[in-house]
Structure formats: structure tokens, C-alpha cells
Design a protein around this ligand. Structure first.
Ligand SMILES: C[S@@+](CC[C@H](N)C(=O)[O-])C[C@H]1O[C@@H](n2cnc3c(N)ncnc32)[C@H](O)[C@@H]1O
Length: 395
């Protein structure tokens, strides 16, 4: 049986509101709650059966040596087909519910964002920045129009859609402001401070709406933070959101992470949070190269991702974790997770001895939100639980 934690997510109404958060009607909230609970049902009730179906195949003599061979077996399993189909549907329905909610109030949301962004020096857009093909060629995780599409002047629709819907996919495990990763980084930085590492200038690459950089700005108001992204609707929303939350020390700037306009050694902490897997084989070395160039001596780079598909990860788990590549419009997901990231980071200029890994769990208000650290590990919802793997490189 799944634990009570996994079976009882908080109601969607527990999400943190701010000045540009969309207003949800009764029916929209009901749909978010239905989809969140459907995701939990799929993970806790269907997935154990999918596993049993796989084990039966192995007992009957199948010997899949890798995830491709597991896939050949599983694609014929009705329970796997049902789970996979419904999981895809929860993604699509989450996007449709958020989009419908955002579009019916878009003019009001744009006005609110404009009021917060007007004359703001912390929002720096640059229309000359080209959106890379790896994020424009597909609707990443079934988000129609992706991160970058603009539907009107001063648009923020993609940001509002992302912010309001992420709760469904993660079943509330990222906490009130979907910032459990950033809160985990704050805890880690507090530990680091005891050892004398106190970054002053921080860069967040691929910040989206700023979910995981805002906690750092709140915890360390004396730091100077640059948060970059290529997508203007995300940055407008991020800046307005941060302003309405009282943040003063983040500048949101439109930049391509492959060539960042900043001097060598400008930052003493650089983070990427669930970002690298949405780039490409060609972009990745450039981005890692930029992190090495921009990091000051004594600084650290932290990359937070889901665990790599290492040789000690069983083929069944690799196949299940690779679901997003095949079914969720995440074309680079499997390739990134197959990579030896130690080697990739070393090639960017870091000494191998200065690269380490760390397990990180989302830090949430446990009086309301389920804790990933305490969640039932028998019911892993492959790739969804906020139990991450951080690669830390020092210079
Ligand atoms: C999965 S989201 C990252 C989530 C975010 N880091 C957080 O903690 O909530 C990926 C983001 O990276 C941005 N992005 C993708 N490629 C980029 C690039 N080359 N340079 C800058 N931003 C990029 C996308 O626009 C998108 O907002």
C-alpha cells in the first residue's frame, strides 16, 4: 500500500498566491484537484501492478538486458499501456485547464504584471535573443506553445500557466510556492556558510518563473542575483511575481545560456535547476563552458536534476524514468540522463576532484505538504518525486 502521505495531497487551494497569480473558479480548482489525485492514484495503485506484470515476464523467461528491451516487453502490457496513456492525459489536461483559466483573464493579468514591471530595472528583456530550436521545436512537457510563445503585447500567459499547473504533476510535493528545490538549496547554503562559503553574487540559469531562486533571494537578501532565461513571457511573469513577493535583489534578464553577457569570474554561485535536460547535445558543452568561465575562484556551480541512468540503475527503472523522452515531449531527457555528467563538467574545465554529487529533497512546509524525504519509497513515481541529484563543481 502507498503511504498516507502519497494518498492525500493538499488541495490545490493551498498554492501560494501573489500579485500575478491567476484567479481560479470552483470548477478549475476541482479539475486541478481531480488531476492531482489521478496522478497519485496512477503512482500508488497502477504502478505496482505494472511492476508485477514486468516481474511475471521475467519469471516466464524474459531477460531484458537494457531499457530498450524492457520497452519491447512493456509496450505489449495492457496495464502499462493504461498507466502510460493516463499519465500523458494528466499532463495534457493540466495544461488545458491552466491555459483556459489563464486565457479567460489574460488582459487583467497583463495589466497587473505591467503595473508591477513598469519602470522596473530588474526586468531586462532583449528581443534580439533567439529562442533555441531545442525549446521551440516541440511543446515541451505538453505545454502548448512552450515557454516562449507570446499571445499578446507584454504577454505573461506561459508563466501563469506554468506556475498554476505544476502542482498537479508534482502532487503538491514542491510546496506552497513550488519552490522546494530552492528551499533545499537554502538549507545546503546554510550548511556551507558554516564552512566559510557565503556567495555574494549568484547566477540562476533557466530560471523560468523564478520558483527556485526566490527562496535564495529571501534567505540571503544581501546577495546580488542574476536570473536568466530566453523566454520573455516567463521573465515578465517572474519579475512581477518576485516584486509582489517583496524581492529586491534579483534581476531577471533575457539571455541565452550558451553565451552569457557577463565578465569572467562574475559569480560565486551558479545554479541550474531542472534545466540541463531541456537543452541539447550541442548546447550542453557551451552552457557548462559558460559556467566555468563565469565562476569566480572559490565559487561553486550546482546542477539539480533527476538521477542519472547509471549502470547500477536496473533496466526496468531506466525504462520507466525515460518515459518523459517517449511520451512527454522531452526529447533530450534520456540523452542527458545517459551522459556521464562528471566527464561533461570536467570537459568544461573543472578538475575531476572538484566535482561531487549530493542527494537533495524538496524542502516544504510539512504541516501542509507531503515530504519527498519521508514519502513511501516503494511507490516511486519515476521522475516525478522531488528527490534530486545535484552535481556540484568547485573552482
Ligand atoms: C524546466 S525549466 C527550468 C525550471 C526552473 N529552473 C525552476 O527552477 O523552476 C527550463 C527553462 O529553461 C529555459 N531555457 C531553455 N534553454 C535556454 C537557454 N539556452 N538559455 C536560457 N534559458 C533557456 C526555458 O525557457 C525554461 O524557462
Amino acid at each position: 500500500m502507498a503511504s498516507a502521505d502519497r494518498q492525500a495531497p493538499p488541495a490545490w487551494n493551498a498554492v501560494g498566491r501573489h500579485g500575478v497569480f491567476p484567479q481560479a473558479s470552483h470548477d478549475e480548482v476541482a479539475r486541478f484537484n481531480f488531476l492531482t489525485n489521478l496522478n497519485i492514484h496512477l503512482a500508488s495503485q497502477l504502478l505496482p501492478g505494472v511492476r508485477k506484470a514486468f516481474d511475471r515476464r521475467v519469471e516466464d523467461g524474459a531477460t531484458p538486458a537494457n531499457r530498450r528491451e524492457v520497452g519491447e516487453l512493456m509496450r505489449r502490457e495492457p496495464l502499462y499501456q493504461l498507466w502510460s496513456c493516463l499519465r500523458r492525459n494528466t499532463m495534457e489536461m493540466r495544461q488545458q485547464n491552466s491555459r483556459a483559466m489563464v486565457f479567460r483573464q489574460l488582459p487583467e493579468l497583463v495589466t497587473k504584471a505591467n503595473q508591477l514591471n513598469e519602470g522596473s530595472e530588474t526586468l531586462q528583456l532583449n528581443p534580439a535573443v533567439k529562442v533555441p530550436r531545442y525549446i521551440s521545436a516541440v511543446d515541451i512537457h505538453c505545454m502548448p506553445g512552450g515557454y516562449h510563445t507570446e499571445y499578446c503585447k507584454d504577454d505573461i500567459a506561459a508563466g501563469a500557466n506554468y506556475d498554476s499547473g505544476i502542482f498537479v504533476t508534482t502532487a503538491g510535493m514542491l510546496g506552497r510556492y513550488s519552490d522546494g528545490g530552492g528551499q533545499a538549496l537554502v538549507e545546503w547554503l546554510r550548511e556551507q556558510a558554516e564552512a566559510g562559503y557565503r556567495p555574494r553574487r549568484i547566477l540562476d540559469i533557466g530560471c523560468t518563473v523564478g520558483h527556485n531562486i526566490v527562496p535564495l533571494a529571501q534567505a540571503f537578501p544581501e546577495t546580488e542575483i542574476l536570473a536568466i532565461d530566453v523566454s520573455a513571457p516567463m521573465l515578465r511573469y517572474a519579475n512581477a511575481r518576485a516584486k509582489s513577493l517583496g524581492i529586491k535583489n534579483i534581476t531577471f534578464r533575457q539571455e541565452n545560456a550558451e553565451a552569457i553577457d557577463a565578465e569572467d569570474g562574475s559569480f560565486d554561485l551558479i545554479i541550474t535547476c531542472m534545466f540541463l535536460h531541456e537543452t541539447s547535445s550541442r548546447a550542453l558543452p557551451r552552457i557548462l563552458g559558460e559556467t566555468h568561465r563565469l565562476l569566480a575562484n572559490g565559487g561553486k556551480v550546482v546542477h539539480i536534476e533527476q538521477p542519472q541512468f547509471t549502470s547500477d540503475m536496473p533496466p526496468y527503472e531506466q525504462f520507466m524514468r525515460d518515459w518523459d523522452t517517449r511520451n512527454n515531449n522531452e526529447p533530450f531527457w534520456g540523452t542527458l540522463h545517459d551522459l556521464d555528467l562528471f566527464e561533461a563538467i570536467e570537459r568544461a574545465g573543472f578538475a575531476r576532484d572538484n566535482i561531487s554529487t549530493l542527494g537533495l529533497y524538496a524542502v516544504v512546509d510539512e504541516t501542509l505538504f507531503p515530504s519527498a524525504a519521508k514519502a513511501d519509497t516503494d511507490n516511486e513515481d519515476y521522475g516525478r518525486k522531488p528527490a534530486w541529484h545535484a552535481y556540484i563543481a568547485s573552482k
